[in-house]
Design a protein around this ligand. Structure first.
Ligand code: ADP
Ligand code: GLC
Length: 484
């Protein structure tokens, strides 16, 4: 099985969120299952040029026609660190030297049309895959191109679209159709390219990919409803038989308290007592008075609509009445960032907010925290709660999407199901505060709390099983392709 995995972010090279973590770890697990897999991603200027080893410009230049212009791309290669998995970077300084992975520039559509076309041009000369596996809106035109402009070059190649987040669809004015070179016959009310008068990248992927999946079983069901489908529930329902949900795995080399290089004290389920040293360190770092008996709640999140930040902001004044410390690491929408920073000024001894991206601190918070908060409005999978389980930071989550699939509430009725956290259902700050209060109460009973930590730390969300489900899907696509 030969697979080209195409993604707009790949850890450790580029990252804004969980898509990068998945792109940097699922291919390794698939490779272990015998899949011949390569990764294709843009060569952003933010990628650290000296930290990794790159082979410059390994192929002759690729030319892509875009918006009536000819644009050139180079290809640079590397390996996922510590593995044999090859990563090919599409290099074009005009599109990818923007100081950010994603931008608000008015050619954001063009940047990813260019990337998708260049990836296909590169594959034409380099690697004939059985499957092109694309991810999210940025690469969602590839399934269309495969069936149209590139069908002669790839007669035997099928496609899989993984939807990591339906809240981001790549919606642009109708002119994007021309830039993308998409046949205008596909742009008509409710047609594959049209979405309320605009062009929609993700919809194109949903219509043209051979199979579709999302990143948890619950989210796969949720996106068929108007509450979660963000307007694409209708077109998804038409493809229901090709849509599945595969829970994300995580990379326990990167996220494991026993070997984590970013934390001051390593520990695991057999040495839980040592975790406290990480808590002490974080209190020192933030110049807070340390008291081991006061629970530390951590949060690491993009500060966006999806993540329930409005609930959190409403809840903080109530939470601050309790004996707890809250540390939030997050960046994103400015209004959320500002609101949280001003709350932190109001409660300097109990609330710390760091408003930027910091991978090392993300690890240190997981290691230090007693509990970890994720009050998401919706959550396709969520990786942070899974990391938290391994670090013994008991998750407090809203029961939605992948959070519902991974966190078992510590209620009486679940007592024989190895509960590992606290869940609340209603999207309200009161429900959030109630869940935190339940956690605080349990925290006072050391044996009960330890059991929750142990239950979580013993769980295994490595890619082993989920990678098999992906291989299964690849085989199904390839078989159906052969028959057609
Ligand atoms: P999403 O992809 O929706 O952001 P996930 O839980 O799947 O949510 O993944 C988030 C990933 O991004 C985690 O690896 C998390 O540690 C990381 N992350 C989010 N915000 C920050 C931040 N401000 N600093 C460092 N890492 C962050
Ligand atoms: C998205 C989702 C998140 C998921 C990640 C990786 O960013 O918001 O829930 O874990 O993709 O699939």
């Amino acid at each position: 099985m030969k697979v080209a995995f195409v993604s707009s972010e790949v850890f450790p090279f580029s990252k804004t969120g969980g898509l990068a973590d998945v792109s940097g770890s699922l291919p390794i697990a698939l490779n272990k299952l015998g899949v011949e897999i390569i990764i294709i991603t843009p060569f952003y200027d933010t990628i650290h040029r000296r930290k990794f080893r790159f082979n410059e410009e390994i192929t002759t230049q690729i030319t892509v026609t875009i918006n009536g212009r000819k644009e050139k791309a180079g290809v640079v290669s590397s390996l996922l660190p510590g593995t044999d998995v090859k990563v090919f970077f599409i290099k074009n300084d005009y599109y990818f030297n923007r100081n950010n992975i994603y931008t608000q520039d008015n050619d954001e559509d063009e940047r990813f049309i260019f990337f998708s076309l260049a990836a296909l041009e590169f594959l034409k000369s380099a690697f004939e895959p059985d499957i092109i596996h694309v991810n999210d809106w940025q690469t969602s035109l590839i399934p269309y191109y495969l069936k149209n402009n590139f069908s002669a070059s790839f007669p035997n190649t099928g496609s899989l679209l993984t939807i990591h987040n339906i809240g981001y669809q790549g919606i642009f004015p109708p002119q994007t159709l021309d830039k993308a070179g998409v046949n205008p016959s596909f742009f008509y009310p409710k047609g594959p390219a049209e979405f309320y008068g605009n062009f929609n990248f993700l919809k194109m992927g949903i219509v043209f990919a051979d199979k579709l999946n999302t990143v948890s079983p619950t989210y796969a069901k949720e996106i068929l409803t108007s509450e979660f489908g963000s307007g694409l529930e209708g077109v998804l329902k038409e493809r229901k038989k090709d849509l599945s949900g595969i829970l994300n795995g995580v990379d326990y080399v990167e996220w494991n308290p026993i070997s984590d290089l970013f934390i001051v004290q390593n520990y695991d389920v057999n040495s839980i007592d040592k975790k406290i040293l990480n808590k002490e360190y974080l209190f020192d770092l933030f110049e807070l008075k340390f008291n081991p008996d006061i629970p530390l709640i951590g949060m690491v999140s993009r500060l966006v609509y999806q993540k329930g930040i409005d609930l959190l902001i409403d809840a903080i004044p109530h939470l601050m009445e309790d004996d707890l410390t809250l540390v939030i690491l997050g960046n994103g929408q400015e209004e959320y960032e500002n609101a949280l920073l001003s709350l932190a000024e109001r409660y300097p001894n109990k609330l710390k907010v760091v408003g930027h991206y910091n991978n090392v601190l993300a690890h240190q918070i997981e290691a230090a925290a007693d509990a970890f908060l994720m009050p998401s409005r919706y959550e396709p999978c969520g990786l942070n709660q899974i990391y938290s389980l391994k670090y013994g930071a008991v998750p407090i989550v809203r029961k939605t999407g992948g959070l519902a699939d991974t966190i078992i509430d510590a209620s009486e009725k679940n007592k024989n199901k190895n509960p590992n956290g606290f869940c609340f259902s209603k999207y309200s700050s009161q429900a959030l505060v109630r869940a935190v209060n339940r956690a605080l109460k349990t925290f006072q009973v050391k044996t009960a709390w330890n059991q929750l930590m142990i239950n979580g730390m013993l769980m295994d969300f490595s890619w082993k099983n989920s990678a098999k489900s992906y291989l299964n899907l690849y085989n199904q696509i390839a078989n159906e392709k052969r028959k057609s």
